[in-house]
Ligand binder design. Structure first.
Ligand code: ADP
Ligand code: MG
Length: 236
């Protein structure tokens, strides 16, 4: 599904160079649920930006869904993002005073999906995340956990090759965080590929593989034999 090889990212601010990522390589297969974990400043956001084709590496190659995406122009990168990646951000990034249905329909409008289909798909995915009874609530009328579920429905509506989540539970209460993780696990059970950035071990424990980063390098890549679901430990 995706492969990064010898990726480095060097930020230059004036004469100072910061190596945010140094020689990072890994592969993620279709259907995996991977958490990328590490302390603050370890390079997680930098890696997320590269995986999300929001930024290009300084060196190395990145192949996403069979296409090399490490040396693209801004327009090409935007096209890859729209077609391949469903983003879920810490701050939800929903439009305020706009209904959940409209929020989910918006990216499909930009993609020129016919209106009837936009609405049908938006309803389907909102129902999938348990918000079928909140279609006409606006973003400020629902909880943080519900807002994140709207963001998940919005990401799914474009049928992305991967779901890329950056600290998806960072802004929500822990009981609701558990619900969001359950949705991720259910989506993964259905075959969705999920890559999630987090600094919380408790959240990472819901994934099936954890890539640990520190000082811009991978220090450990572990398959999780037992992962958490509904607050129980499930053996797989
Ligand atoms: P994390 O998300 O794990 O906290 P980041 O990827 O944000 O880590 O940052 C990794 C390193 O790169 C840090 O030392 C940070 O200060 C530096 N860094 C991040 N973004 C920039 C930037 N735009 N310019 C310069 N240095 C940056
Ligand atoms: Mg960060």
């Amino acid at each position: 599904m995706l492969s990064v090889k010898h990726i480095s990212k060097i930020y230059k601010t004036g004469v100072i160079e910061t190596a945010a990522l140094s020689d990072v390589s890994f592969e993620i297969d279709k259907g995996e649920f991977v958490a990328i974990m590490g302390p603050s400043g370890s390079g997680k956001s930098t890696l997320m930006h590269i995986l999300g084709v929001l930024d290009m590496p300084t060196s190395g190659t990145y192949i996403l869904d069979g296409q090399e995406v490490s040396k693209l122009t801004d327009d090409e990168a935007a096209d890859v993002r729209n077609r391949k990646i469903g983003f879920i951000f810490q701050a939800f990034n929903l439009l305020p005073r706009t209904t959940t249905l409209q929020n989910v329909m918006l990216p499909m409008r930009y993609a020129e999906v016919p209106e009837k289909e936009r609405e049908a798909r938006a309803k389907k995915y909102l129902e999938m995340v348990g918000l079928g009874d909140r279609l006409n609530h606006t973003s400020n009328q629902i909880s943080g956990g519900q807002q994140q579920r709207v963001a998940i429905a919005r990401a799914l509506s474009m049928d992305p090759a991967i779901l890329l989540a950056d600290e998806p539970t960072g802004n929500i209460a822990s009981t609701q965080a558990e619900e969001v993780m359950e949705i991720f696990q259910q989506l993964n059970d259905k075959g969705h590929t999920i890559v999630m950035i987090t600094h919380e071990p408790d959240i990472a424990s819901h994934a099936k593989r954890i890539i640990h980063v520190k000082d811009g390098k991978i220090i450990k890549d572990e398959k999780i034999k037992q992962y958490r679901i509904k607050k129980q430990i499930v053996k797989v």
